[in-house]
Design a protein around this ligand. Structure first.
Ligand code: ZN
Length: 62
């Protein structure tokens, strides 16, 4: 299975040519429901750092 992503060429998305990128948040809170409320149980980190083209949304890599 090959993953669908594009290279960044000369600082631009190889698919649409846009020059702006967004990162995926690499940290999120795990919530549990107790006493009728959502509460933060703990925070997890994602080691995978992913970048997406801001314009077309495709995953890109350097
Ligand atoms: Zn793009």
């Amino acid at each position: 299975m090959s993953k669908k992503f594009f290279k960044i060429v000369d600082g631009c998305c190889a698919k649409c040519g846009a020059g702006e990128f967004v990162s995926e948040p690499n940290q999120y809170d795990i919530l549990t429901f107790s006493d009728g409320q959502l509460q933060v149980d703990h925070t997890e980190n994602i080691n995978d750092f992913k970048i997406f083209c801001r314009e077309c949304g495709v995953e890109v890599e350097e």
